[in-house]
Design a protein around this ligand. Structure first.
Ligand SMILES: Cc1cc2nc3c(=O)[nH]c(=O)nc-3n(C[C@H](O)[C@H](O)[C@H](O)COP(=O)(O)O)c2cc1C
Ligand code: SF4
Length: 488
């Protein structure tokens, strides 16, 4: 990494200066000087394919809030967030948030669950989003809403915030150690996996009944679907060959086509990964985390525990298997693909580029713009290789005031089909729609990647934008978060 201090993008108001900075880092990030307003805006072009019409090129990324009830129903906070999703003007709502297919598969005791008992709440969420969308856009024509279905695998914490209950597919030499798992920690059996598959099938059927347009079979961020893809060392029919490692997806897809034929299918994929990172101990002092460095991996070559990584140099990307996976999606007639990377647990800099680390992270391992450019350029490469697939690009929030300029250029130049917004939606959901309408950016509402929305849940609190969103800023939780951070 460069030893130059990281330039705070919040201080770069001028687009020319932003472009100079991108060049000075040796990066390729497309950027338009003028954001086009009106119907000719690249952000506002509809996309029609395979019987699905999506009204514009703005997508809301899935973002859970750790704020459901103990039995997995949405709470008032969940409704607030889904209103934001609707208000954003985005015509593609990718998942809303991760919804567990069963209680044991929850990432936290407040994650939403899909089941008979939560049907009413999930339907109300969808309706609330649509109503809010209509207020902003006048109509819900071209609005496409999916639900992200998940099992949290290695990162299950269904019962208590401070009690991990991992369900693992194989022993991982680095992640097992980080999670404190002994070498005889039990693996999920093939029989238990069959039970999880059943839960996905039932969940998809419910999603269809509730009127969701598609479900995302989540394959990212270290959760179960993603762990299957790297299960090289697992024995039996769910491990080893790529064919076995994708059996999970194929079986769910076949079942959905039979029992929920109206439902489209999407996949959110960590297209590449790297080894786990940790704060550099030599540079961590007085409670301040050091910059991220990779965990020691030299004794683990060839590296057999990753997906989209080079087995000889696992901190480098290798997209060959990712491309085989995308070919499989084409064969399965799955055309909606949301590209992301790595995991928020073991390499957050790759996944959600930020200037300020979450409480369990590390200072930036590199200039966060490098992390943004990496995700964008991988999306560009995959889009060029798979022009028929519909791609959502990720990792744009760190661009801050320049997000609209970059989003427009990325769409115009065909780097991606949709620009997905994650954290920005928590603080300034209308950013892209407003700029495509010719409105001036409200700088005070721009996400500055303070990471409180990630830190809060790590402390057992609802996720939200504590620094900038009035809803959380003045809530009881803001005090609790302050106290938890001070204690740490
Ligand atoms: C608070 C929070 C919750 C998230 N929850 C999910 C989730 O439920 N499912 C998912 O696939 N990604 C989740 N993500 C990742 C985002 O969808 C997105 O990939 C990431 O924030 C990077 O995009 P951004 O730069 O626009 O924020 C979450 C991110 C944040 C900050
Ligand atoms: S807390 Fe708010 S400003 Fe900070 S990263 Fe999250 S959304 Fe952005």
């Amino acid at each position: 990494m460069s030893t130059l201090p990281i330039l705070r993008l919040g201080t770069v108001k001028d687009v020319t200066r932003f472009e100079e900075h991108v060049r000075s880092l040796g990066l390729t990030i497309p950027c338009d000087h003028q954001v086009i307003a009106g119907t000719s805006s690249p952000l506002r072009q509809p996309l029609e394919r395979g019987g699905m019409k999506i009204g514009n090129r703005i997508a809301v990324q899935p973002m859970e809030g750790w704020d459901g009830t103990a039995d997995g129903k949405p709470s008032e906070h969940t409704f607030e967030r889904w209103k934001k999703f609707g208000r954003s003007g985005a015509k593609l709502i990718w998942g809303g948030e991760a919804v567990a297919v069963c209680h044991e598969g929850r990432a936290n005791p407040n994650q939403l669950v899909i089941g008979k008992h939560t049907k009413k709440g999930l339907e109300e969420l969808r309706q609330t989003l649509i109503a809010e969308h209509k207020k902003t856009m006048g109509s819900d024509e071209g609005l496409v809403i999916g639900l992200q279905l998940t099992h949290s695998g290695r990162y299950c914490r269904p019962n208590r915030h401070d009690k991990p209950e991992p369900k693992i597919l194989y022993h991982h030499p680095i992640l097992d150690r980080k999670l404190g798992l002994p070498s005889d920690y039990p693996l999920l059996t093939d029989g238990e996996i069959e039970g999880i598959l059943e839960a996905f099938h039932t969940a998809a059927k419910i999603a269809e009944e509730l009127g969701f347009d598609f479900v995302d079979i989540k394959h990212c961020h270290g959760y179960l679907g993603h762990e299957f893809l790297s299960a090289h060392t697992r024995e039996g029919k769910f491990g080893g060959t790529l064919d076995n490692r994708t059996r999970f997806l194929r079986e769910i897809t076949h079942a959905i086509r039979l029992i929920a034929p109206k439902l489209a299918i999407g996949v959110r994929l960590s297209a590449f990964d790297t080894v786990a990172y940790r704060p550099d101990p030599a540079k961590s002092e007085n409670g301040k985390l050091g910059p991220g460095i990779p965990e020691e991996y030299s004794h683990l070559i060839p590296y057999r525990w990753g997906f989209g990584v080079d087995a000889q140099q696992p901190t480098e990307i290798d997209l060959r298997e990712t491309m085989h996976f995308l070919t499989l999606l084409e064969d399965l007639r799955i055309s909606l693909v949301n590209l992301t990377a790595g995991s928020p647990y073991y390499n957050p800099h790759l996944q959600r580029p930020a200037l300020y680390p979450p409480s369990d992270g590390y200072q930036p391992a590199e200039d966060p713009l490098i992390s943004v450019a990496r995700q964008m350029n991988v999306a560009r490469e995959l889009k060029a290789r798979f022009p028929k697939l519909i791609f959502v690009g990720t990792g744009y929030t760190y661009l801050q005031d320049h997000l609209p300029n970059v989003a427009q250029a990325a769409l115009r130049e065909g780097w991606t089909d949709f620009v997905g917004m994650g954290r920005m939606v928590l603080t300034y959901p209308e950013l892209l729609w407003d700029t495509s309408e010719g409105r001036t950016i409200e700088h005070k509402r721009v996400c500055r990647t303070f990471s409180d929305c990630t830190t809060a849940p790590r402390k057992g609190l609802p996720s939200g934008c504590y620094p900038l969103d009035a809803y959380y800023k003045n809530s009881e939780y803001a005090e609790k978060l302050k106290a938890a951070k001070a204690k740490a």
